[in-house]
Ligand binder design. Structure first.
Ligand code: ADP
Length: 682
């Protein structure tokens, strides 16, 4: 459901035990977080299930309560009804026992009126008869049509009841029977007495359905389906006002009828529940549905949020990896200058940990006290939004006290609502860059100086060569003049001629100086793709004749293919020339068999190496360190600037020049130059 990342410290090699512990702690934390998340996610599920269960239980309880209430009301209604019925039956028995008689015989008129009032009184009776003690029918109401009072044979079950009533001297009920119209009827036989003398039996005939109709009030019939059933469970009469299905458990109670076991059964009708309870149930159902729908929507929303969170975590991890990999320091500050974020590169740069920096306000621990005023002023400018857009340089201090140059670019920090909440600064340590620039400047200066020195050297040698003649001529003219003056052979014309020639020679010398100076000035350094092979070939042929004259040999060792070298051809050739010339000079005393000057060129990856090796006197260890010092020389006629100029020239081309003693005797001077991206020679 949820994807989690644990970022384990990558620096595991420093302390192998710790990262393991850290890793297990991190795993434990991750597991705990996952468990917490699961618990958190299961809680609403649980609450939801509980709610559904509670609603279910509530509805069930409600239903049960309703049922019990109805049952209680059914029982109480039926008790009331049974009492009412019993009362009416007892009352009818009493009224039957009071049938008027005259001399132990029915008084026909009074009998009729008494019976009539009995039938008209909602008593449930439909007929009243008077039977003699012998069982003869003496009177009947209503009178049977055309039958008179002639005796009729009694049914067997009536006879039994009659006998029982006579013997028991109390009312007895005969078993119910089905009349011609199929309606069930029931008779009660009540013994009649006149002064304690039995004068017969009064028979009250009930139509059971009529009895039920008259005895059960309307409201009872509306609530229950009522029926009278016999001992075998057969329905003898029933009353139901509403023709709808009955439901629920029936309630049955036995009627206390002497001689008969009849029962009354009530089946409650399906009652519509009251409005309030219907409303409550409906609200509960709606509430449950609402909870289900909102829970489902919430689940979808949470799933979406989790997906977004996972994407965000990936993005954060990606950005963190990016921030950790850059070498530019990043530092975020609030509008009042408090640090809120630093990346690892910034921490490495200043030597403080993120914990030491985050939350700090000015003055920062990496501000250099020596430059506090400038730093403060620049800080105020940044916070005022007045920092130079092209960035600014500032001196900062590392934790170890080292001061370094930093180039800072400040940009406003905008939050997700588009509000300006602070400043984000990118900090670059430009100390090395500045040092390299300074070195390059110094090298350029030295190169210029070398170029001037070379020009000066060339000028000096040319001057020496060119001025030799006019100076020698001036010298000989002046010597002639002295000779004339010493021997007092003063010839105006001759002296004038000699001085005029002197002047001409002096003017020639001046012209030579001007020309050479003008030539020397043209030697500004400029680089171009150079063919080192050709340069060395030219130098070898230049020095070849002189070397051969002194019994020496020059040996050139070149690879077949050499790339072009980006360099100043004049300066480079001058430097190699100096080294070759020194080598030849060092071999002046060497026997001709040994006197070989070797110039070899090789390419190693992106560097070109030129080695000038001789079999000469070599360099004593005590002076080896001083070889490249300006004006250091061991030669009487030497200037001591040659090697110094050579090194300046090589360093100006970003190369190195150094000395090594040759194992076979003699010296080796090595030049190593970067090739950059020069294309190889075809
Ligand atoms: P110069 O040649 O005018 O003396 P350099 O700067 O060219 O000036 O050389 C300085 C010194 O280095 C030389 O005087 C010499 O002692 C020593 N030296 C230079 N090249 C060699 C070499 N190939 N063998 C021995 N010594 C050398």
């Amino acid at each position: 459901m949820t994807t989690l990342w644990a970022f384990v410290d990558a620096n595991t090699s420093a302390a192998p035990a710790k990262p393991e512990a850290a890793s297990s702690t991190s795993e434990g934390a991750t597991r705990r977080a996952v468990n917490d998340g699961l618990l958190l996610w299961r809680l609403p599920h649980l609450a939801f299930l509980l709610l559904i269960a509670c609603v279910g239980i509530l509805l069930w309880y409600w239903e049960r309560h309703e049922h019990e209430t109805q049952r209680a009301s059914l029982i109480s209604d039926m008790l009331w009804f049974e009492q009412n019925l019993q009362f009416q039956l007892r009352h009818n028995e009493e009224l039957l026992a009071q049938l008027p008689s005259i001399g132990g015989k029915p008084d026909s008129l009074a009998f009729a009126s008494h019976a009539k009032s009995l039938l008209a009184n909602d008593s449930g009776l439909i007929r009243v008869l008077w039977l003699s003690p012998e069982g003869q029918r003496l009177a009947t109401y209503p009178p049977p049509l055309g039958e008179g009072v002639r005796p009729l044979a009694m049914a067997k079950f009536i006879e039994d009841a009659f006998k029982l009533a006579m013997t028991a001297s109390r009312p007895i009920y005969a078993p119910p029977w089905q009349a011609e119209d199929h309606a069930w009827q029931l008779a009660v036989l009540v013994p009649l007495y006149d002064d304690k003398r039995n004068i017969g039996v009064a028979v009250g005939v009930y139509a059971l359905s009529r009895l039920l109709d008259q005895m059960a009030p309307w409201w009872l019939a509306e609530r229950y389906h009522l029926s009278i059933i016999d001992a075998n469970g057969a329905v003898l009469a029933q009353r139901s006002k509403i023709e709808i299905d009955a439901f629920g458990d029936p309630y049955q109670m036995t009627l206390d009828l002497p001689g008969q076991a009849l029962s009354i059964r009530a089946l409650p009708f399906r009652q519509p529940p009251p409005l309030a309870s219907r409303l409550i149930v409906a609200s509960l159902i709606i509430l449950a549905v609402l909870v289900i729908v909102s829970f489902w929507a919430l689940r979808r929303d949470v799933a979406k949020r989790l997906a977004a969170e996972s994407a965000l975590k990936n993005e954060v991890a990606f950005r963190k990896a990016m921030e950790d990999s850059v070498h530019t320091g990043l530092r975020a500050r609030t509008l009042d200058g408090r640090i809120t974020y630093v990346n690892p590169a910034f921490c490495r740069m200043v030597g403080f940990t993120a914990e030491e920096l985050i939350g700090r306000s000015p003055p920062m621990p990496y501000w250099a006290e020596e430059y506090l005023d400038e730093t403060r002023a620049m800080h105020a400018r940044v916070l005022a939004g007045d920092a130079p857009s092209e960035g600014f340089e500032i001196k900062l201090k590392r934790k170890n006290g080292e001061i370094f140059d930093a180039l800072i670019h400040e940009a406003p920090l905008i939050d997700s609502q588009g509000r300006h909440v602070g400043w984000m600064g990118s900090v670059v340590d430009i100390t090395e860059h500045k040092r390299a620039a300074e070195l390059a400047r110094q090298q350029e200066e030295r190169l210029q100086a070398s170029a001037r020195l070379i020009a000066m050297g060339e000028m000096a040698s040319s001057l020496a060569h060119e001025l030799n003649q006019p100076l020698a001529a001036i010298s000989s003219y002046l010597a002639g003049c002295r000779h004339l003056l010493a021997h007092r052979q003063v010839e105006q014309q001759a002296i004038d001629d000699a001085l005029a020639k002197c002047m001409a020679q002096a003017q020639r010398a001046a012209a030579v100086i001007r020309r050479i100076y003008a030539f020397a000035r043209r030697h500004e350094p400029h680089t171009e793709p150079c063919d080192v092979k050709a340069i060395i070939g030219d130098l070898a042929s230049l020095l070849e004749a002189e070397a051969r004259r002194q019994g020496m040999r020059i040996q050139i060792e070149l690879p077949d293919r050499l790339p072009l070298l980006e360099a100043d051809p004049v300066l480079l050739s001058q430097a190699i020339f100096n080294l070759m010339k020194n080598g030849l000079e060092a071999m002046r005393e060497a026997p001709s068999s040994r006197a070989i000057l070797t110039v070899s060129v090789s390419v190693e990856r992106d560097r070109l190496q030129i080695v000038v090796a001789d079999r000469g006197c070599g360099v004593p260890p005590e002076i080896a360190e001083r070889l490249f010092e300006p004006f250091f020389t061991t030669k009487s006629e030497g200037l001591g600037v040659g090697l110094n100029i050579c090194r300046s020239v090589v360093e100006a081309h970003h190369g190195r020049l150094w000395y090594e003693p040759d194992a076979a005797g003699g010296s080796r001077f090595l030049i190593s130059l970067p090739l950059f991206s020069s294309p190889p020679l075809p």
